[in-house]
Design a binder for this molecule. Sequence first.
Ligand code: NAP
Length: 245
Amino acid sequence: MKIFVMGATGSTGRYLVIQLLNRGIEVKAVVRSGEKLKNILALENTDGLEIIEGEVINMRGNELQIMLSDCDAAASCLGHNLTFKGMFANPRYLVRDSVRHVCETTLKQIREDYGPFKFVLMNTSANRNPDEQEGRNIGEILLFGLIRLLLPPHRDNEQAAEYLRCEVGRDNPRIEWAAIRPDNLIDKGFVTGYEIHPSPVRSPLFNPGKTSRINVAAFMARLLEDERAWSKWKGRMPVIYNEEA
Ligand SMILES: NC(=O)c1ccc[n+]([C@@H]2O[C@H](COP(=O)([O-])OP(=O)(O)OC[C@H]3O[C@@H](n4cnc5c(N)ncnc54)[C@H](OP(=O)(O)O)[C@@H]3O)[C@@H](O)[C@H]2O)c1
C-alpha cells in the first residue's frame, strides 16, 4: 500500500509519515522543502519514503496524475502557517483546493485494478458536520461567525470538509473519505489512549478538550490500514480527544 501525504513537514504530518512507515506502508510525501523533511526525520527509519518537492495546489493535472497513479490513498495534514502571510495571503484556500485537486485528478484516472481511492483529511472540531445534526448554542453561532469572518484558515478548513461531504459525496464509488476532527491540539512524544466520537461531546469554544497531534496521526494511520475502522468512519467526520487520566 502506498499513501500520498500532504503536509508531511507539519507538526502532525511528520508523525503520520512515521506511523505509516512503521506499519510497513509506503509513503509519497509532497513537501515544499525536501531538506526540511529529511532533517525532521533524520533519526527515523525512512525505508519506503519517497519525497517529492512541490506544492500540490500549483501542480499541473497530468503531473499530479502521474504522482497519484501508484497510490492507494491520500492524507492531508496541511494547515496555514501561523504567520500573517500564512493566515491572510494566498493561497487562502490551500487545504480545500489541494484536496479538490487530488480528488478531481483521481476521478479522472482509470483505476480498474484498484478499489475506491481513500482520502483522509485532518480537519477540526471547530467545524460542524450537518449530516450528524450537530447543533450550536447562540454563543457558539456568534463566535464561530466572527471567526469565519476574521480568520481565513477556519473558512478553508470548513470548505475542505464541505467539498468532500457535498461534492465528492458519501456514495461515490471512486473516492471514499473521512475528515478527522481533533480538538485543541497539543504535542506529546508518544501515542496515548484516545476516544473517537461521531460528533463533538464538548464545546470546542467554551469547554475544549485536548488532542495530541501524535494521536491524530495514529488514528489517521489506523483508518488507512484497518478496513473495519475504515468502514465504520468513511463518509463521516470523527472527533478525536485524548483520553483523560
Ligand atoms: N491549533 C489547533 O488547536 C487545531 C485544532 C484542530 C485542527 N487544527 C488544524 O490542523 C491542521 C494541521 O495542524 P498542524 O499544527 O499539524 O499544522 P502545521 O504544523 O502548521 O503544518 C502545516 C503543514 O502545511 C504545510 N503548508 C503550509 N502552507 C503551505 C503552502 N502554502 N503550500 C504547501 N504547504 C503548506 C506546511 O509546510 P511547510 O513546513 O513547508 O511550511 C506544513 O507541512 C491545520 O489545518 C489546523 O487548522 C488545528
